[in-house]
Design a protein around this ligand. Structure first.
Ligand code: KDG
Ligand code: MG
Length: 411
């Protein structure tokens, strides 16, 4: 084997994209090298998968053949600066897949898990939160109890809202919900008035039944105005939430100042960010507490480490997005990252289906409310290509949400 120290330069010889749909769509990049080592990246962009697949196949892969896969920094800058058209979810998901695949290669070549390349272990196991949902308060409470039994120490709680037919983020049958639905986008209805009336009652009940120990989280899915979010945060204060997520859309970063001025409920934001610049003001003004950008959407591990180090200066911790549209490759990359960085907060865990897990065999695991990346060299995740080929892409979208007067919500 080539010694990687004073090593010969390894070369990228081939790369290709695979779109597979074991229950839901995933876009996976494989980068191969002249030493037979390969790396995997995830560029799944929920509802826009084929745009990223084309961006990679048609525009990125031809530019990386022949390069040294150890040059994670230079290749990232080459793809980011070199494109001229910076940022945006499609570009950054594509760059993110390349970057994560290169860290996987580097770890395998050096025979060490990726967390060792990011600073080494800062902790044994990372605290994760699961999703409890129910069509009403009582069903949500049952699901919280189920999560406690599974060992979770932190649970996100969402429930149907009295007066609204259906709400995004609530499981339709038994088990969890799936963010994207096959076919053209379905539509849900929304009323901030009904929602704001309901949520404090939900959390009052959860605390009454489960006491103070359990960490509780809640996702507003960007639907409130800043002043409405301030009101909700204030009303939730007696139930001391771990966080209130995406209270308002973050394009107007200074909107968060209003929320901060009205409540001490901690705020998490960033699952739709694709660059540190999306949250730069939020962080430096200390308007948020947790940054949710994940490696697949945020351009890879290279920029995410910089974002975490910047956030650390302002007491902002990580809370990486981990819904089912982030493939096992991203889950593995996130767990290595969470294990290594100092300002880790919590990691989202929405378990993948058995079909998905079979397509992406992996070494990470869950026990007693924590996840562990495993100690395999690289990321410790693979793709069963033959099995993946049995699940061709199927059109699927995130749903659309309309207010009761028919106009669209922010999301
Ligand atoms: O693709 C979007 C979903 O991942 C997102 O809606 C799920 O809000 C979500 C979350 O917090 O996991
Ligand atoms: Mg969310």
């Amino acid at each position: 084997m080539v010694q990687h120290g004073a090593r010969d330069t390894m070369k990228i010889t081939n790369a290709y994209v695979n779109v597979t749909s074991p229950g839901r769509n995933f876009v996976r990049l494989k980068i191969e090298t002249d030493e037979g080592i390969y790396g995997l990246g995830d560029s799944t962009l929920n509802g826009r998968e084929l745009a990223v697949a084309s961006y990679l196949t048609d525009h990125v892969i031809p530019c990386i053949i022949g390069r040294d896969p150890f040059q994670t920094e230079d290749i990232w800058q080459y793809l980011y600066r070199g494109a001229y058209w910076r940022r945006g979810p499609v570009t950054m998901a594509a760059i993110g897949a390349v970057d994560v695949a290169l860290w996987d290669i580097k770890g395998k070549a050096l025979q060490t898990p990726v967390y060792n390349l990011l600073g080494g272990k800062s902790r044994e196991g990372v605290l994760v939160y699961g999703h409890a949902t129910g069509k009403d308060k009582d069903h949500a409470l049952e699901d919280v109890a189920r999560h406690k039994e599974m060992g979770y120490k932190a649970v996100r709680v969402q429930s149907g809202i009295p007066g609204l037919e259906a709400t995004y983020g609530i499981a339709k049958g038994a088990g969890g919900y799936e963010p994207a639905e096959r076919g053209l986008p379905s539509e849900y209805e929304w009323s901030s008035e009904l929602y704001l009336r309901h949520v404090p009652k939900l959390f009052a009940r959860v605390r009454e039944v489960f006491g103070d120990e359990l960490h509780l989280l809640h996702d507003c899915h960007h639907r409130l105005t800043p002043i409405e979010a301030g009101r909700l945060g204030k009303e939730l204060e007696p139930f001391h939430l771990f966080w209130m997520e995406d209270p308002t859309p973050a394009e107007l970063q200074e909107g968060f100042r209003i929320i901060r001025e009205h409540t001490t409920t901690p705020i998490a934001v960033g699952e739709v960010f694709n660059s540190i610049w999306d949250g730069h003001d939020l962080i430096r003004n200390q308007w948020i507490d947790y940054l949710r950008m994940a490696p697949s959407h945020g351009g890879g591990l290279t920029p995410l480490k910089k974002a975490a180090d910047f956030a650390e200066l302002y007491h902002v911790r990580s809370g990486l997005h981990g819904a089912t549209d982030l493939s096992p490759v991203t889950m593995a990359a996130s767990l290595h990252f969470d294990t290594a960085i100092h300002n880790f907060g919590i990691q989202e865990r929405m378990p993948h289906s058995a079909e998905t897990d079979a397509v992406f065999p992996h070494h990470y695991s869950f026990k007693d409310g924590k996840m562990f990346p495993g100690d395999e060299p690289g990321l410790g995740v693979d793709l069963d290509e033959a099995l993946a080929a049995k699940y061709p892409y199927q059109r699927a979208y995130l749903p659309i949400n309309r207010k009761l007067d028919g106009t669209l919500t922010d999301w």
